[in-house]
Design a protein around this ligand. Structure first.
Ligand code: ZN
Length: 775
């Protein structure tokens, strides 16, 4: 014992450092195996050398269900991206910048309460990486309720790597390094700034177009117009060019030092729609513009790192109003600067959209910030109602950006320039295309920029017989569609054009394209997840995506660096709406069919496979080179679950019956080390027919023998298929391997009562031992 204590003393000194390192370091910056190893090691030594700990355990102290560090924020999708041309740019996109924009992941949420015991393999030591702020922060934000289901994965540093050896490593605790501004940046959305690399080249007005609106807005900003209200709201339907106007205004105001901050929301492009990162993003940009504000905010973020995770109104108060109160505004150059928020309707959650408007309006009413606010959005009902309310109306001026034939001449200028570039590239004569053709295209575009831009990309499609043939298809389409919907209905015509784009994809590839769009919508916008779920190689994914390159772009050379970008949100909206896309729709029948197919597949895999090392797929399943069975299986499980959560499509009785019979325990066990999906509670349960809910997902007392948890846990399946998944703190559960107890803890996170096992368990254990050892 003396020797043990001799070893134990220095170890006890080292342990807090080691523990702090392992727990605070973001999981994606350290190989999971190494991290788990250190945590296990730490736990082991704590168990071994800490007498108080041993006493607590043997006395059967009150269990601490799910005692774990706060979860990490979502692992960011890499942010190398391309432009979204909601309105065409003047020149062909140049090559992408080499410098990647800064990652958008928040820093690890700080702990409000430091647990004195390290959870051996707590949920936090693995890394499904949800957003939640520390659970003990009273006003921390819950996951955005009105959003689409969002799932969170961890990315492993050495994905699928085996036999990792770490030698001569030097680990430095960098969790508190860096200034408060760096911390703030991690809680921001830099990809949504007007000058971000992810939006490069940004959609902006073709030279000489939209001057009327740009002048109107800049004059309002400079207080040179009759519009005295400090908020200006520009509304108009999709594709009319709001973002392009906002971008042009941002650049114009920046050139005269009148721009405070910008945010360009995008629902269909990764990490640019998070309401919780709006005021942090604005505060960060102001901090980079005004050094005295920057110093104050940096200090605040260092002293109170949880500020960035508070509610929207608290963030506004703590990150903008209070720091600005300490700044000499007249000398700061901030007075009258403009904050531009583009595409508010694309921010996640209508309640959050409206709350933001109210917070901003209250601020301008009380003069708590020195800014003018330019906001654009579609005229969605909740936004219109909020803008029309009696408190906001007096401080808000409005501009409509309609679909208007008044801009025909601007569209003609744009088309002329684009065709000039195509002629040059292909050596076509000056006479191509004829003036009649140009006039017809302007006529069909009928003032909708996104339509005209999509037509141009369609004509340029590299996977076609060439621009002449593509133009011929457009002209035939125009003739055909004009008979169906008449003139001047570009929104309806846009749908017909999207239909044409999808119909021109060969049927076999089309189904794959639909599945890509579906996985992108319900599971992840990360191409590597999409490809793994669908058993596609990088090359196959690229080919499929290039078949619809008029509406989307796949950047990057390999799966890990690829990014999917949509030119305009309206395409995915179209593909999800069965009224608009009819039999091409990725929701509706297509989704239901996929869900059933996946469920049949899961049943078959569960019945054929023995364990996660021996997953057996149905006959004829071919995996592309480099894709492991386990990875594919894990992503299919995640995809299937995502499909079960789509609120527009509750499960029918037939599917629910089959789901209730799924061997959940085995399904999770087969995940091995691969599944890492956090499931918000209730989402899938709400989608089940009432009579099936308790058979598939329910909350109840932990059924594991000896478990000392007194609270409720999530339970999957029923009867012999019943299993307790890993619990995800207070948020839900995790689709992960849940086999076995870890270090005396139940799978639900609580302590297991010590003592003699029941006789049946002991017999089973001996039998298993004999089976394993006998030849
Ligand atoms: Zn339990």
């Amino acid at each position: 014992m003396y020797v043990l204590n001799l070893i134990g003393f220095p170890l006890r000194l080292l342990l807090p450092l080691l523990a702090s390192y392992c727990e605070h370091r973001p999981p994606h910056t350290m190989p999971r195996r190494a991290r788990n190893f250190f945590i296990k090691l730490t736990y082991f030594f704590k168990q071994f050398f800490d007498p108080s700990r041993r006493a607590v355990d043997s006395n059967g102290a009150a269990p601490q269900p799910c005692m774990s560090a706060p979860k990490q924020p979502p692992i960011p999708l890499s942010t190398h991206a391309t432009a979204l041309l909601s309105q065409p740019a003047t020149t062909a996109p140049p090559s992408l910048p080499l410098v990647l924009p800064a990652p958008t992941t928040p820093a690890p949420a700080p702990r409000d309460v430091e647990p004195t015991i390290i959870a051996p393999i707590s949920a936090s030591s693995r890394s499904p990486a949800p957003v939640p702020p520390p659970t003990s922060t009273s006003d921390s934000l819950p996951p955005t309720p009105s959003s689409q289901p969002r799932h969170f994965y961890a990315r492993e540093m050495f994905h699928n790597a085996q036999g990792i050896i770490i030698s001569n490593s030097q680990f430095i605790d960098a969790s508190h390094a860096g200034s408060g501004l760096e911390r703030l940046l991690k809680f921001s959305m830099p990809d949504a700034f007007h000058d971000s690399g992810a939006r490069y080249p940004p959609p902006k007005c073709h030279l000489g177009t939209r001057n009327e609106y740009i002048d109107l807005i800049t004059n309002w900003a400079l207080e040179k117009s009759n519009r005295k209200e400090p908020i200006l709201w520009m509304h108009g339907p999709f594709g009319v060019g709001k973002s392009a106007v906002a971008q042009s205004c941002a650049e114009a105001l920046e050139s005269i030092d009148k721009l405070a901050a910008t945010l360009f929301f995008s629902r269909s492009n990764g990490d640019r729609d998070d309401p919780r990162r709006v005021f942090t993003s604005i505060a960060y940009q102001i901090a980079t513009k005004c050094p005295s504000f920057g110093e104050i905010i940096s200090r605040r973020m260092t002293e109170h790192p949880a500020l960035a995770t508070k509610s929207l109104s608290k963030q506004f108060e703590d990150l903008l109003v209070q720091p600005l109160g300490q700044v000499d505004i007249p000398g700061s150059g901030l007075e009258g600067c403009v904050v531009i928020i583009d595409g508010l309707d694309e921010c996640r959650g209508t309640a959050e959209q409206c709350e933001m408007i109210k917070i901003i309006a209250a601020s301008v009413d009380k003069h708590t910030t020195p800014f003018r606010w330019f906001i654009t959005s579609r005229p969605e009902d909740p936004i219109v109602r909020t803008m029309n309310s009696s408190t906001i109306s007096p401080v808000c001026s409005r501009v409509e950006l309609p679909v208007s034939r008044a801009i025909d001449h601007e569209i003609l200028v744009y088309l002329t320039d684009e065709f000039k570039l195509i002629r040059k590239d292909h050596g076509f004569p000056e006479s191509w295309p004829s003036e009649e053709v140009l006039a017809l295209l302007v006529e069909r575009g009928a003032g909708l920029w996104i339509y005209v831009g999509t037509i141009v990309r369609f004509i340029k499609d590299e996977n076609s017989l060439g621009p002449e043939d593509q133009l011929r298809i457009v002209l035939e389409f125009a003739k055909d569609v004009s008979g169906k919907i008449g003139p001047d209905n570009p929104l309806a015509e846009m749908d017909f054009f999207y239909t044409l784009i999808m119909q021109r994809v060969p049927p076999k590839v089309r189904t794959t394209v639909q599945k890509i769009l579906l996985v992108h919508s319900v599971l992840s916008d990360d191409p590597s997840y999409v490809a793994t779920a669908l058993r596609l190689s990088a090359d196959q994914l690229r080919r499929a995506c290039s078949s619809i390159q008029s509406v989307m772009e796949l950047q990057g050379s390999d799966l890990n660096s690829m990014e999917i970008q949509f030119y305009h949100t309206s395409f995915l909206d179209f593909m999800k709406d069965p009224q608009r896309s009819k039999d091409l729709c990725i929701y509706s029948d297509f989704l239901i069919r996929c869900r059933r197919e996946l469920l049949v597949w899961l049943h078959e895999v569960c019945s054929r496979s023995t364990d996660s090392e021996h997953i057996v797929f149905p006959l004829g399943t071919v995996l592309p080179e480099g894709l492991s069975s386990a990875n594919h299986y894990a992503n299919v499980v995640a995809w299937f679950w995502g499909l079960c959560e789509v609120p527009e499509h509750p499960l029918d009785s037939q599917t629910a019956t089959s789901l209730a019979e799924l061997p959940f325990k085995k399904m999770l066990g087969l995940l091995g080390d691969h599944g890492e999906l956090g499931i918000y509670d209730g989402q899938a349960r709400d989608n089940l027919p009432a009579e099936f809910r308790d058979k598939i997902i329910r909350e109840g007392r932990c059924p594991i023998p000896g478990c000392m948890n007194t609270g409720k846990v999530w339970i999957l399946g029923h009867g012999e298929n019943e299993t307790v998944p890993r619990q995800w703190e207070t948020l839900g559960f995790e689709l992960e391997n849940n086999q076995g107890l870890r270090n005396g803890k139940c799978i639900c996170g609580a302590q297991i009562r010590r003592g003699r096992r029941p006789i049946s368990a002991r017999i089973a254990r001996v039998a298993q031992f004999l089976l394993n050892t006998l030849p």
